[in-house]
Design a protein around this ligand. Structure first.
Ligand SMILES: [Fe+2]
Ligand SMILES: [Fe+2]
Length: 462
């Protein structure tokens, strides 16, 4: 959905009587706060969901006033888990509205009570044996346990009327635009956040299974960070989440393996400084700097990489992609050579990466019709590349990620085929609409499949 021109300084009504009242700071890592108004049986209840960090208090309270008018009341606050970015503002609201009741799990309460919340105004979720509450307005909400995502006592809340799941940190993610609604590209931001903050895949799998069984006909996921997920993305992201490797899954790799990757990356940086251009190294290091709202993916110190916060292969791939941005042909050639040499030296399997030598090792799952022509070289019949390239951009998302995806694509196509098609860099590839070179199309389709994770027939039928 196009959400340009939305004024983020105003509350946004995401469903009838459900408002996004968060703040956008143009950081990678944004917080969301929601207001749910229940009206019925002559009563009105205002509930805050994850009231947010104190840094956002002013914006949140201004937006509440815009929705509810001056002299408003907040009756309930739901808190997903104990982190200050989720619940800190509850203290200020409770000072203002002494009758404000706090709903959370007992695990969460044991920690948030230290913020100075009134124990007499705490309602434990555990009190509701069925996991459901019915409000005096007639509305129903279901609490869905999402243990260890990322806190043991985390709980999501499901609005049965609108089929919206307020999921806390689960499905939160980094963003590269202020839009509040997710597109396909948001998955990359979710992935990075979860790889760092979530403990283990089993926690995600269990949470997704709970959500699927209890939040039936789910229409929207409203996380505490990043963007809101709706329409087809809901099922798609649930499935991806269920299979995502995070935290311990990634760090179970032996220290030796992780040391090899880090040494290899530092050696590449050193070689590029010595043999190509130190500016490229500086740019790469700078590109991995964080704006402070989120940990760095690659942690650097004194122009060296000291640790990696996401999967090793993934980090290495991003590192190489970054290194190869905006280079001339000569530099690209030299750097690819350095990368390959270093990988060999450190005994790291180059086939896991999008370097042209890996081309043959990838499995082909594609549609026969499109790929059969690959035996021939110049088939004469033009093959349309536009739809596939569009799909690549769509799936890889915002500009930031589309560029990375194109670079990944470039290194997956053998250089002689690039040359044959007069592709010398990024721009040539994005401008290419068709080719008569079936070999080239074959490699391109195969690479797009690997990057998107779907077969060409699936991609084209979308
Ligand atoms: Fe958290
Ligand atoms: Fe959070």
């Amino acid at each position: 959905m196009e959400v340009k021109n939305i004024d983020y300084s105003k509350p946004i009504e995401i469903a009838h009587n459900v408002f996004w009242v968060g703040k956008r700071s143009e950081l990678e890592f944004e917080m969301n706060v929601y207001l749910r108004i229940f009206e019925g049986n002559g009563k009105k209840i205002n509930m805050l969901i994850d009231p947010g960090p104190s840094t956002d208090l002013e914006v949140v309270s201004d937006k509440l006033e815009m929705v509810l008018g001056p002299g408003y009341q907040i009756h309930l606050a739901f808190i997903n888990h104990q982190d200050p970015d989720v619940g800190m503002n509850t203290v200020f609201f409770q000072r203002h509205f002494p009758n404000l009741q706090v709903i959370a799990t007992e695990d969460t309460w044991r920690l948030i009570r230290f913020l100075g919340l009134n124990p007499k105004r705490f309602i434990p979720i555990e009190k509701f044996k069925t996991g459901k509450i019915k409000l005096i307005t007639g509305h129903r909400m279901t609490f869905i346990p999402t243990q260890y995502c990322h806190f043991r006592g985390a709980s999501a809340i499901f609005d049965e009327e609108h089929r919206i799941l307020f999921s806390g940190d689960l499905f939160g993610g980094l963003t590269d635009s202020p839009d509040i609604y997710a597109d396909e590209s948001y998955w990359e931001g979710i992935k990075i956040f979860h790889q760092i903050y979530m403990p283990v895949n089993l926690a995600l799998k269990t949470a997704v299974d709970n959500i699927r069984s209890q939040a039936t006909d789910l229409k929207m996921i409203a996380p505490q960070h990043g963007r809101l997920i709706k329409d087809d993305l809901v099922d798609d992201f649930l499935e991806r989440m269920r299979n995502l490797q995070v935290g311990l899954d990634l760090s179970q790799r032996s220290k030796m393996t992780s040391d090899s990757f880090i040494s290899a990356m530092n050696e590449i940086l050193q070689e590029v400084t010595n043999k190509v251009d130190a500016v490229i190294v500086n740019n790469t290091i700078r590109a991995f700097g964080s704006d402070g709202s989120f940990p760095e993916i690659l942690v650097t110190k004194d122009e060296r990489i000291i640790s990696v916060k996401i999967g090793l292969e993934e980090a290495f791939q991003l590192f190489v992609n970054q290194l190869l941005i905006d280079l001339n042909e000569e530099q690209t050639k030299k750097i690819k050579f350095i990368v390959m040499n270093t990988l060999t030296f450190w005994n790291i399997n180059a086939e896991n990466f999008s370097l042209e030598e890996s081309g043959n090792a990838e499995s082909v799952t594609a549609d026969g019709d499109l790929l059969e022509a690959s035996d021939a070289n110049q088939s004469g019949e033009p093959i349309n590349l536009e739809k596939v390239m569009q799909a690549l951009y769509k799936h890889s998302g915002g500009e930031k990620f589309a560029r990375l995806a194109t670079l990944r694509l470039l290194v997956k196509i053998p250089p002689q085929l690039l040359k044959r098609n007069n592709i010398e860099g990024y721009n040539d590839l994005i401008e290419m609409k068709e080719t008569t070179d079936a070999d080239f199309a074959h490699h391109l389709f195969k690479a797009v499949e690997t990057i998107i994770g779907k077969s060409i027939s699936e991609i084209l039928s979308e």
